[in-house]
Design a binder for this molecule. Structure first.
Ligand code: PLP
Length: 379
């Protein structure tokens, strides 16, 4: 009917030839988030591929969720007021410094939204959390990836040198997913002080509760006199609420306020808010469980070392095996033994610490793999 399109691609002409929706070309360049596989299609075996918590909800949490679930015809409290107040008390920070979010994954997107314009740079270590390259590219920013050191830790010197006047955001994941290495305060503080004060630095502390190193970092102490530092925490890992999607950022007012404004309205559900509140009241039980997972982490690492592996010192609820070209073969071998682990390209495999039985199944599979192909390739 109209000739307006004749100078274009012509896809709008002709009956039945619908034009394809015009999407951003950069979507083709963005890697997809790879979820951990279940161990078997029937739900059997052991899923050690998503850093999930093997324990059921903390005492009282299921009751709190059940009590609030009936309100699902109502929108949640937009500002998660009670959760925010409880977190403020718990961390001894002002409530206006807290921005709740739909897991720290939601907050990562908000961080990009509030700091970067297309072409701005985001600096992070690699390999690290797989969401960083996704959110960075999704918002049109440029990813500047700084290789880990040979011993699987952040190379803070190289990261500081990678910061330019286009840098708007720096992600520091400690303990680092997937290698487990954590930064100590005596190296992290000088790094933070070295960066320009107008660059937002995110300390992603998804696993902070599992840190047993006495020199480990508590980001909440570091943010207090640094207005450009943002702490990201989540209820998904130690607290075992991965399925409810709730986390939070701690930051000074302009940043926290911007994060709240960029949030998807009503993203944190009423059940997620009530579960997080109830969980915060169960510190003793939480720390007991965390203690047991830390003990299991030590046991697993020792056994792997005895088998001849070289897992780095992990401060999180997982261990890292650098397997190079054997990465996929090892993951398949484990799956055959009913254990799902998380392979990363040709880098290595991350294994979540589960309950004792799951960890024993992993150790048996790792031992068999070792005997079958004794020379683990590192390239
Ligand atoms: C799991 C994880 C998160 C976020 O998890 P959410 O469930 O979205 O809170 C953030 N950062 C790292 C490093 C993680 O491993």
């Amino acid at each position: 009917m109209s000739k307006a399109n004749t100078s274009g691609t012509g896809t709008r002409t002709g009956v039945g030839q619908s034009p394809s929706p015009r999407l951003r070309a950069l979507l083709d360049t963005i890697p997809a988030y790879v979820p951990g596989k279940p161990a078997t299609s029937t739900g059997g075996g052991w899923k050690l591929s998503s850093n999930e918590n093997p324990y059921p909800p903390l005492p009282g949490v299921l009751d709190a969720v059940t009590a609030t679930a009936g309100n699902m015809n109502r929108y949640p409290d937009l500002h998660s007021t009670e959760l925010t107040d409880r977190l403020a008390e718990h961390l001894a920070v002002p409530a206006r410094h807290i921005a709740p979010g739909t897991g720290s994954s939601g907050l990562l997107q908000q961080l990009l939204q509030i700091t970067t314009d297309p072409g701005d740079e985001v600096v992070y270590a690699w390999r690290s959390f797989e969401s960083y390259p996704i959110v960075t590219r999704l918002f049109g920013a440029r990813a500047v990836e700084v290789p880990l050191t040979d011993d699987e830790a952040h190379d803070l010197d190289a990261m500081a040198q990678a910061v330019t006047d286009r840098t708007r955001l720096v992600f520091v994941c400690t303990p680092n997913n997937p290698t487990g290495r954590a930064l100590r305060r005596d190296v992290l503080e000088p790094f933070l002080d070295r960066l320009p004060a107008d660059v937002v630095v995110v300390l992603d502390e998804a696993y902070v509760e599992f840190t047993s190193d006495p020199h480990g970092v508590d980001g909440v102490q570091l943010y207090r006199d640094r207005p450009n530092v943002v702490i990201l925490r989540t209820f998904s890992k130690a607290y075992g609420l991965a399925g409810l999607r709730v986390g939070y950022a701690v930051a000074h007012e302009p940043v926290a306020d911007a994060l709240r404004r960029a949030a998807v309205p009503f993203g944190v559900s009423t059940v997620a808010q009530s579960a997080a509140i109830a969980s915060l009241g169960r510190r003793t039980e939480l720390m007991e469980r965390v203690g047991e997972l830390i003990a299991e982490r030590g046991r697993v690492r020792e056994a792997l070392l005895e088998q001849g592996w070289t897992p780095p010192d992990s401060q999180a609820n997982f261990v890292w095996l650098r397997l190079g070209r054997q990465t996929a073969a090892f993951a398949e071998h484990c799956l055959d033994a009913g254990v799902s682990v998380r392979p990363y390209g040709q880098d290595g495999v991350r294994v979540t610490i589960g309950d004792r039985q799951a960890n024993d199944a992993l150790l048996a599979a790792a031992g068999r793999f070792r005997r079958k192909s004794p020379v683990a390739s590192h390239d």
